[in-house]
Design a protein around this ligand. Structure first.
Ligand code: FE2
Ligand code: FE2
Length: 253
């Protein structure tokens, strides 16, 4: 699947890179970059195979190099190759303060550690070469220390694992009701609870969003489609909502 330009004006562009995850065991993942005046922010760069595929082409595209890496949370499909990215760029990598010491176990060289930037629970704004990007708290959606990124210029809300779909082949949702089957199992298991979904929807409805872009599967384009996603989230029972029984020993073989 080829690259898609989601937004472009004179100095600002938002690009969904070609799918680099391949056909193996690794879960499909989307890789997005935001470029402002030649410098870039990369979202959730992923693991080693993806790094080897994406890096050479990406650097030829950027005049001013990679300024920031945003890590929505600590999972391997997001962070595993972070040492490589820090080695070959001058970028700062931003992640929840909950995870900095854990992701060091992916093998971050000591001399690169000071380019890991802690995001505190309330979020922050990142300056990308003059463009302001909001890092919005999205804790427990699914990780305990989790953030989304909102770009006010392109009106794209990047939602990490929220909105993820598994097994749908397209890059864009065409029919919301038909798409639920690809999202439902993932959200019921990985998202912590309906309570936190409701709180997130209340926040998200205050933003002007034209594209909602998850880290896995298809993106949602247009307010009508995005509102259908918000409505679905508000009513979804998931995570601890579904724990109704006692915890039992596993059945014997
Ligand atoms: Fe995750
Ligand atoms: Fe993920």
């Amino acid at each position: 699947m080829s690259e898609i330009t989601l937004y472009q004006d004179g100095q600002h562009s938002n690009i969904l890179l070609p799918d680099a995850t391949g056909e193996g065991l690794a879960i499909q993942a989307n890789h997005h970059i935001i470029i402002h005046d030649g410098r870039a922010l990369m979202l959730d760069p992923g693991g080693h195979k993806v790094f080897n595929q994406i890096f050479p082409g990406l650097m030829s595209k950027l005049k001013g190099g990679l300024q920031h890496i945003f890590l929505s949370h600590q999972d391997p499909d997001i962070v595993a190759a972070i040492n490589g990215w820090l080695m070959v760029t001058d970028a700062q990598a931003h992640i929840s303060k909950l995870w900095t010491r854990f992701i060091a176990h992916f093998g971050i060289d000591r001399f690169l550690e000071d380019r890991l930037v802690n995001i505190s629970d309330e979020g922050c704004w990142i300056d990308l070469n003059g463009a302001e990007l909001a890092i919005i708290p999205a804790h427990f959606l699914h990780s305990a220390g989790n953030f989304h990124l909102y770009d006010p210029k392109s009106k794209i809300l990047y939602t990490g694992d929220l909105g993820a779909s598994i097994g749908f082949k397209g890059r864009e949702v065409l029919n919301f009701n038909d798409h639920i089957q690809y999202m439902e199992g993932f959200h019921r298991r990985y998202i912590a609870s309906n309570r936190v979904l409701k709180a997130w929807v209340n926040m998200a409805r205050t933003l002007d969003v034209e594209i909602l872009a998850p880290q896995h599967g298809a993106l949602f384009r247009g307010k009508e489609m995005i509102n259908q996603f918000y409505d679905w989230c508000e009513n979804l029972e998931c995570g601890v909502d579904l724990i109704h029984t006692k915890i039992q020993m596993p059945p014997k073989n």
